[in-house]
Design a protein around this ligand. Sequence first.
Ligand code: HEM
Length: 429
Amino acid sequence: MSEAAYHQIRTGPSGPPPGCPVDHSSFRPLSAEYVADPYPTAARLREETPVVFAEDLGYVVVSRMADVTEVFMNPDVYSSENVQDPVFPLCDEAAAILADPEFDPVAVMSNRQEPDHGRIRQYTKKGFSNRRNKVLEPYIRRRAGELIDEMIAGGPPADFVAAVANPLPGEVVFRFMGFPESDDAQLKEWCGDRLAFSWGRPTPDEQVEIATKMVAYWKYVREFTARKRDQPGDDLASELLADHEANPDDLTYREVESILYGLSFAGHEPVTLYLGNALLTLLPRREVWDAMCADPAVVPLAMEEVIRWNSPQVGWRRVTTEDTTLGGVDIPAGTQVFLNLGAANHDPAVFEDPERYDLERSNARQNISFGKGNHYCLGAMFARLEANAIMETLTQQLPSMRLVHDQQVTRFPNITFRGPSRLDVTWDG
Ligand code: HEM
């Protein structure tokens, strides 16, 4: 069993692999223009330089669905060990804070390699059972209804992200895992920091502040796990601890803590963004929205095309373990690879007329927003169930909802996750 740190900290820039085409400045994923709309750049990269070293990022960017799929399906050549690492090197002061020996989560799932990954995933997967979904689905619908009612009571206009999309997915997964309600807001705040830490480009001062909070967040998860060991409940944390007690050498206590640390982020941040993207996509397409209001069976179809056309996750990463060739380009071992999921989801080789949102699209489910292969999103089914239940509740409760005109949509600049930070909506009183 080989354990690596959950976040590996890079302190120097990486250069282009010899022979790889280089993009000197046009691919700038943190620029305001790209954050607002990554798809024109995605199309250009896919057509002109589908495998290219992006100087601004220090990664080889891969943009065609066939190449992205090849990477996902060859985990021995393309390791996922870098997926939780800060994209850009950290300043020395922040790196020193994270060198605290007590900041010691280990790579467990998204960033763990075989065979350990499969072992840990098996234990965690048991928690995503039909029994749990049956308990959680009514909870999701009830809480969605309550939060929407509260939003309505406040009168239009309202920020849908603050009212529903931000709090609800956190509440759901935190109850699933066993975190107490009183800690929801604190956990959500830490997760915002974690997004900036691993996928954004914080300034040195921000890095220091975030690093301090990351240490506090990890300590919190450790204390929570210890409390659950003493007072188990009907939740994922208690189940994992019971598995550890039964098989202490097969699932270590540190792995249980680290799984909880991982899921406390993965289980809600992309769902929050997915809900925001859904409203941005569906509310202006009135015929689709009205069809959803008239028939809840339309909701899953509409939402699947949202996750292709306007994905909450437009990128993911890998690093090569050996010299290889991708799309005709030689890539040496140790190369950092950025998978341009947004570009692959709009690849005309897979999706006809890809820039069009098409409710009737028969192969929308071939989208790559949940990844592929051995690390395929463990929560994909759960995320779909949750988002669909929330959208069904919303369309039934507030069919007259629409976007406030001429609002400036802002998004947190980062290379992976994409969705509105706030979204003003209105409705008939
Ligand atoms: C719309 C929402 C979501 C999106 C777009 C999303 C996307 C992804 C992606 C792209 C990966 C990496 C796949 C790969 O490397 O091949 C992933 C992994 C993962 N996701 Fe999600 N996810 C979502 C929601 C969730 C939820 C709700 C949960 C849990 C409740 C979850 C848990 C996980 C876990 C545990 C992994 C690591 C799996 C592994 O490495 O074996 N995700 N997700």
